[in-house]
Design a protein around this ligand. Structure first.
Ligand code: ZN
Ligand code: ZN
Length: 357
């Protein structure tokens, strides 16, 4: 079933006559075409890509789905009113997360007679289930990231700045075909590794844990991985910490399967870390969905209720232990949930690496 058909099927189960898509990432998802300054209108019958003349030619070539591609010949709100009238739209669902207050005011002043209903997660819920083509792009991005990392490790020398190492990793990903990094690269050593989202510093790498959290972008799709290595030698305490994170990470990957509760995946990893005595040192959730955005649904966390993992979802599994002011460690893979199972998409060793430099 096409994305548009899935959206229409979902729309049919609501009281809305149409969905007005204003989030750029959701517009891209719904049409397979990346554009700005436009919108997508999905009604039970016809659907429209509304874009301006700068994009019209590309849109005609690239939009996937049974859309009419149109350019407004008057103010956007007035144009939308016409479309609503033509399609007998009385209740219009809009994406409340991407509409500004000013945009809402302008829309409601122009659409009299149309009830506006703010909705959240309509398209995001569809995006959770990846099509084979989307999975391929995420895997392609992951292969680039892990190859860049494999090439980077032997090049790390004492005295190099964290910022330069991060830049080198990004450069390698671009050379290997990534269109960009998938988010700001984390490459933090020593005491900075204690911060889960530390920013690389313009200073030489320190001894001890060195955490890399990074990804590549391929055709709009993100990858996400974390590896922690050691600059110099790991002492017994560091080895115990690393192995606890690894044990928690492997245990979560072992239980994750179609139908398993998201909250229980988090608990599996968290219990191992707590039971090893690292109370309160794993201060974030176990994982998140990955796709057209680096963080998307579903989440693997304690508050996921009865939510279970479903085939087609791609999630990260990323436990960590952070000792404030001292150091920290995280290990992160991506997993694809399959019919009756799950598989790890990340192809990169996880045993402790000590950089003898
Ligand atoms: Zn990450
Ligand atoms: Zn992540």
């Amino acid at each position: 079933m096409s994305r548009l058909d899935r959206a229409k099927e979902k729309l049919a189960k609501t009281n809305y006559d149409a969905l007005y898509v204003t989030s750029e990432v959701n517009q891209r998802y719904m049409t397979d075409f990346a554009f700005t300054d436009g919108s997508v209108l999905i009604t039970h019958e016809k659907s429209y890509v509304i874009t301006d003349f700068r994009y019209i030619e590309a849109a005609k070539a690239k939009v996937v789905g049974d859309y009419e591609i149109i350019t407004p010949d008057r103010r956007a709100g007035d144009f939308l009113r016409e479309l609503c009238r033509e399609n007998h739209v009385k209740t219009l669902a809009f994406e409340e997360g991407s509409m500004t207050y000013a945009g809402y005011k302008s829309l409601s002043s122009r659409l009299d007679g149309v009830e506006l209903i703010g909705v959240g997660g309509f398209v995001e819920d569809l995006r959770m289930y990846k099509e084979p083509g989307e999975v391929e792009k995420i895997i392609a991005a992951q292969r680039i990231a892990e190859q860049a990392f494999a090439e980077l490790l032997p090049e790390i020398k004492r005295g190099m700045y964290e910022t330069d190492i991060a830049l080198e990793l990004e450069y390698k990903m671009r050379k290997l075909g990534a269109e960009d990094k998938s988010f700001e690269t984390i490459a933090v050593s020593g005491s900075a590794s204690a911060m889960p989202h530390g920013v690389p510093r313009r200073q030489p790498i320190e001894n001890g844990f060195f955490t890399f959290d990074f990804g590549a972008l391929v055709d709009g799709y993100h990858s996400d991985m974390t590896r922690t290595v050691v600059v110099g030698k790991a002492d017994d305490e560091m080895k115990r910490l690393y192995n606890t994170v690894l044990e928690a990470q492997l245990a979560a990957e072992a239980v994750i399967t179609e139908g398993f509760k998201n909250a229980d995946a988090d608990k599996t990893a968290r219990d191992i870390i707590e039971n090893a005595g690292y109370h309160g040192c794993f201060g974030h959730s176990l994982g998140h969905g990955v796709g057209l955005e680096i963080h998307e649904a579903p989440g693997l966390h304690a508050h996921a209720g009865d939510m279970t993992l479903k085939a087609g979802q791609i999630v990260t599994v990323e436990p960590g232990i952070y000792i404030e002011g001292k150091y920290g460690c995280r290990i992160e893979d991506m997993m694809l949930i399959t019919e009756g199972g799950a598989k790890v998409l990340t192809n990169c060793p996880k045993e402790l690496i000590e950089l003898d430099i």
